[in-house]
Design a protein. Structure first.
Length: 203
């Protein structure tokens, strides 16, 4: 008798009722699925931006390697404007251009030397001869007195949906490191003098 009373039957019916279970599971899974989906977009965007940054660095290096005239600060300003256009994500990308060469001394010692190094929008210092020698393992082997151009760029990346995915991917800096030889001249030369005084030209 107790087993068949209305209260017991109602409790059993409520316990066995599975209506709405899909909605509850969806409610539980939607936040996790949304986080996973947005995280995938963020990482895809980061890899895409990194690829664009690498191509932009190569484009700048290729442009400088084809230059047959003198490079000055105005030229670097225009180069950074081009870099900004190519990278899209950073309104103030950083650029450092360095020309270096290998020299054999009279005592037979062979060392790398810096010809000149300039920066634009960069918090990094210009490279010195000591800096060039310290990164020798990253640089190609040159012939005696052969010149090469080192182009470095840095762009800041701020991932989208950061308020939602604060722990997914933090903002970071993307850097490129490209070494290229001058194509049509022996060296890329620097002269920031308005009259282009030959005595102030550094190659």
């Amino acid at each position: 008798m107790i087993r068949n009373n209305p209260l017991t039957r109602a409790w059993r019916a409520w316990r066995n009722d599975e209506d709405g279970s899909v909605a509850v599971e969806t409610l539980l899974m939607v936040p996790l699925l949304s986080w996973a989906f947005l995280s995938t977009l963020v990482y895809f965007d980061a890899y895409r931006t990194e690829a664009i940054s690498e191509r932009a660095g190569l484009t700048i290096a290729d442009m400088l390697s084809r230059e047959t005239g003198l490079v000055n600060q105005e030229y670097l300003n225009g180069t950074v404007d081009l870099l900004e256009f190519l990278t899209l994500h950073d309104s103030s990308p950083e650029l450092r251009v360095t020309v270096f060469y290998k020299h054999t001394h009279s005592n037979g010692n062979v060392h790398l030397h810096r010809a000149w190094s300039k920066t634009k929008n960069s918090t990094k210092d210009v490279l010195t001869t000591a800096d060039i020698r310290a990164m020798e393992t990253r640089l190609p082997d040159l012939g005696d007195e052969e010149r090469a151009i080192l182009v470095e760029t840095w762009t800041d990346y701020d991932p989208p949906y950061e308020p939602v995915l604060a722990s997914s991917l933090n903002a970071f800096e993307m850097g490129t490191f490209t070494v290229i030889s001058p194509r049509f001249t022996d060296s890329l030369c620097w002269n920031n003098d308005p009259t282009e005084d030959p005595t102030k030209t550094i190659c």
